[in-house]
Each structure stands twice: as C-alpha cells, then as structure tokens.
Design a protein around this ligand. Structure first.
Ligand SMILES: NC(=O)c1ccc[n+]([C@@H]2O[C@H](COP(=O)([O-])OP(=O)(O)OC[C@H]3O[C@@H](n4cnc5c(N)ncnc54)[C@H](O)[C@@H]3O)[C@@H](O)[C@H]2O)c1
Length: 359
C-alpha cells in the first residue's frame, strides 16, 4: 500500500503533518511484519535515515514514529550541511513479540526489497533495534544501505562519531553558559548509557567532569562504577541539581512535567526527538534552560556514515566536520538569543535556509 494523498486517521497520527514526498507501508511477505519507509524530502539529495525495529502497540504508532523521525532527518541533514534529504524506516514489532534470528533476517530482507522499490530515493543505516550486522542482510536486497560491518567492506556503526558530535555540542553549550569551555569540575547528568551515552560518559569522565548517571538497563551500573559516576534512579534523574542534563536514551523525555522539574542550566544530549511536544522548547526557554536542539547535536553519526562511506574518504575531514557541530550549536544559541526566538526555531531556520537554497 503506498499512501500518496493526505490521510486522516485519528489516534496515533493526530497532529502529525503529512508533508512527506512518499510513504511506503507494506506487509513484509517473508516476516509478516509491517514495514514502513518514509521519505520526507529529497530536496537536498537522497534521503538518509536509519532503520528502527521496535515494539509498538499498533502499526499506526510505528507509522507516526516513522513520519516524525523522517521529518527530523530532513532538518538534521540540512543543519549538518549535508547534500542529503530526510527519511526513516520503521519495522513494527507487535508489543510483547520477541523475534527469532530467522524472523529478524526475514524482516531485513523485506526492508531491503521495500527500499529497492523506491529506486534510490532513500538510503538506510542502523538505528534503535538494528545493527551493522543486520544492515548486511538488507544489503542482500538493495545497494541503498550504509554502515555495514568493516569485514563486509562497510564503515561500521556510527556511535563514536555521534558521541564526538554530542561532546562538541556540550562544549559549545558550556561556553555559552559559563564563558569557558572547561569541562573539568562541571556536573553533568547522563540518562542512557548505551552506544552513545556510554562513550560520552567515558570521555566526559576522562576530562574531569563530575557525572551522575542512570539507565533502565542495570547492567550499565558496572560502567558507572568504573568511571566513578554516581548512580541515580531513572525516575528521579531529571531532578538532580547539576550544570547539564544529557538525555541519551529514547525520545520524548522532555515532557511538560519533566521540564518543570529540571534543576539544570542546560540540556544537550544524543536522544532523538527529545521534546514530547513542540511547546517544550518555549517552556525550557521560559525556565531559562538552554536547550541545544537534538537534531543538530546528534548529527555526528549521519555525517560519518555519509562522508566515510565514500571511496577514499578523508577521515580527518570527517572528524573536523563532526567537531564543527559545536560551531553550529554556538551559532544557533547566539541567533536564538539575538533574535528572541527559541533555540528550536533558530535551528529550524538554519535548516530551512539550506533547504530553501536548494529549491
Ligand atoms: N547511535 C547513534 O549513532 C545515534 C545517532 C543519532 C541519534 N541517536 C539517538 O541517541 C539515542 C541513544 O542511541 P544509542 O545508539 O546509544 O542507543 P542504545 O540503544 O545503544 O542506548 C540507549 C540506552 O538508553 C537506555 N534507556 C532506554 N530507555 C531509557 C530510559 N527511559 N531512561 C534511561 N535510559 C534508558 C537503554 O537501556 C540503553 O542503554 C537514541 O535516541 C538514538 O536514536 C543515536
């Protein structure tokens, strides 16, 4: 089923604008799972965004996620100055279902066929619930996939670059708040110690930051102990008094209640779609909390995947481009201050200028 006209479905899709170029919703013939590929924009080039395989109550919840995430990829790729559009794929795992390895393989083959049918409009990569290894299965059905394992000729997972970009964004935010980029002695609260959060925690601890951390996965307490970070409950993490809150788990963490209970001066993290509602940007602003927009902060991975995948790539140039995320964050924080707009609006304006220039 390909949806080509605006749809009106109450519930999961309420409030989501269908501004997408193409949305493919199909039931995978092998897996029986609903596979969604959302191409939001190809104005700047081929749409690039990861493949998420996650549990949702209904397939419409997965569709809503795909629509939101793909639109965010357009903003992210444009803000990062990449000649890439925005897209995302989501595979719906019905709540309570655990996939076997064979079912995951079938889902990846179905995804590969769906992507191939779009004739190059969209390129996928790993995301939450998928991996470089699973991407090599997608590659059996389409060439429009990146981030394959190194032993399959790919550039691997992008978490190092994402963490490096978040680190650069943290330095820029610390400078905006305190007039110095010195991280030693600053108190940061990290929620989520996975691929990105774990790397970030190690780097910040090595730089002398004081860390308070949490994760729903209690196995990460080992890392906390190793780097001398204080552990706190997931439920109370956002109430810790500190310099920065660093969300590195799943999205939607900045709800109205969480924003009202934060006791930090800034929020900068890797998690996608941190604002539960768009109005959160103004609420943060009203509380005097500086929020570095997620889609700018966490672009290191997509910069790495797009630049490093090119034959003969200059990895120093990739690192410089990832570090430049800090400059972009500084520019956004300044223009928000100077123009009296939220940091979200400032970041969106930057992306819109780049998109506008391409049309
Ligand atoms: N991996 C990348 O390169 C990349 C790039 C851009 C954006 N992101 C985003 O950054 C975030 C983290 O990505 P990742 O690759 O580290 O994922 P991951 O799955 O490796 O890690 C996420 C961690 O967050 C924890 N978590 C989940 N829910 C939580 C909660 N409510 N409170 C605290 N911890 C919770 C998980 O247990 C896990 O340890 C995601 O939102 C992802 O979309 C990642």
């Amino acid at each position: 089923m390909t949806i080509t006209t605006p749809i009106s479905v109450s519930g999961a899709l309420d409030g989501i604008d269908l501004t997408h170029e193409r949305v493919l919703v199909t039931t995978g013939p092998r897996s029986g799972l609903v596979v969604i590929v959302a191409v939001h924009s190809t104005a700047l080039g081929q749409a690039l965004g990861g493949a998420r395989m996650w549990q949702y109550e209904n397939w419409t919840d997965a569709l809503a996620d795909a629509l939101r995430l793909s639109a965010a990829m357009t903003l992210k790729n444009a803000a990062a100055g990449l000649a890439l559009g925005g897209g995302k794929s989501v595979i719906h795992i019905p709540t309570g279902t655990v996939l076997t390895s064979a079912q995951k393989r079938d889902a990846m083959l179905d995804l590969g066929d769906a992507i191939e049918s779009l004739n190059g409009a969209y390129m996928t990569a790993e995301d939450v619930g998928t991996s470089a290894e699973l991407m090599s299965i997608v590659a059996e059905r389409t060439d429009h996939v990146c981030g394959l394992p190194a032993d399959r000729g790919g550039v691997g997972e992008p978490a190092d670059a994402t963490a490096a970009g978040v680190y650069a964004a943290i330095l820029a935010t610390v400078e905006a708040l305190f007039g110095s980029r010195e991280i030693a002695g600053r108190h940061l609260v990290i929620s989520g110690l996975g691929q990105v959060g774990g790397r970030l925690a190690r780097a910040l601890a090595a730089a002398g930051a004081r860390l308070t951390v949490t994760d729903v996965n209690l196995a990460t307490q080992k890392l906390a102990a190793e780097i001398g970070a204080e552990w706190v409950d997931v439920d109370s993490v956002h109430t810790v008094e500190a310099d920065l809150f660093v969300p590195c788990g799943l999205g939607g963490v900045l709800s109205e209640r969480v924003i009202s209970e934060l006791r930090v001066l800034g929020v900068v993290g890797a998690a996608n779609n941190q604002l539960a509602h768009r109005s959160g940007a103004a609420l943060l602003d009203a509380r005097g909390i500086l929020w570095a927009p997620d889609f700018v902060v966490n672009a290191g991975g997509v910069i790495y995947l797009s630049m490093a995948s090119v034959h003969g790539a200059d990895l120093d140039a990739v690192s410089r481009r990832v570090d430049a995320i800090g400059d972009t964050v500084s520019a956004i924080l300044s223009s928000s201050r100077e123009q009296g707009i939220t940091t979200l609006e400032a970041a969106e304006r930057l992306s819109a200028e780049r998109l506008g220039a391409a049309i």
